[in-house]
Write a protein that binds this ligand. Sequence first.
Ligand code: DX5
Ligand code: ZN
Length: 214
Amino acid sequence: MKVSPSLLSANFANLTPELEMINRSQADYLHLDVMDGVFVPNISFGFPVMKDVAKVCRKPLDVHLMIVEPQKWISQVRDLGAEIMNVHQEACLHLHSCVQQIHRAGMKAGVTICPATPVSTLVDIIEDVDLVLIMSVNPGFGGQPFIEHSVKKVAELRRLIDSTRSHALIEVDGGVNAETGKQLAEAGADILVAGSYVFKAPDPEAAITTLCNL
Ligand code: DX5
Ligand code: ZN
């Protein structure tokens, strides 16, 4: 299993040791949650913070934009050196065009769906994306309980990907821990995002290893 720890649950008053822990760990990515107070009812951090984070972090950046009109920010995300740019299906009027622009900027394009958005809305984009991010909580906050229905959505997405020429990876975000992570692994997830399970753990590096071993 690939693991993308979410910095949202880290200590923002002292990020360097948190990032050094991620660098030492088996994590495959660093997940960065950008919120605008419009698409979601919270505001997290933006480009000035992420620029400094990118200087210290040696893992590929997995940027999750919970913002309206994410297509306006493609060049700024590229300038961070991000590997994956995740945009919400619900936030993009012209999703296909947005995916094309992310590719032209040299990044992997991820499309994210909220808990109430069906997997079937991805049928006409699935062969064009590198990743689908399934939200297993409502976006906006760390530490929320896992929505069990997400496991069925992962299995349905796995079937959709396997029945097409899609090479998309399945990433899941929200309420992930060793138990929910195991269910998601069995349903066909490729990448697990984890915020509080990692950063609130007595041994965050060991928590990452536990998820990697699922
Ligand atoms: C929520 C964010 C998540 C968040 C997950 O809107 O997208 O990445 O950090 O936090 P946990 O793992 O605590 O549910
Ligand atoms: Zn996220």
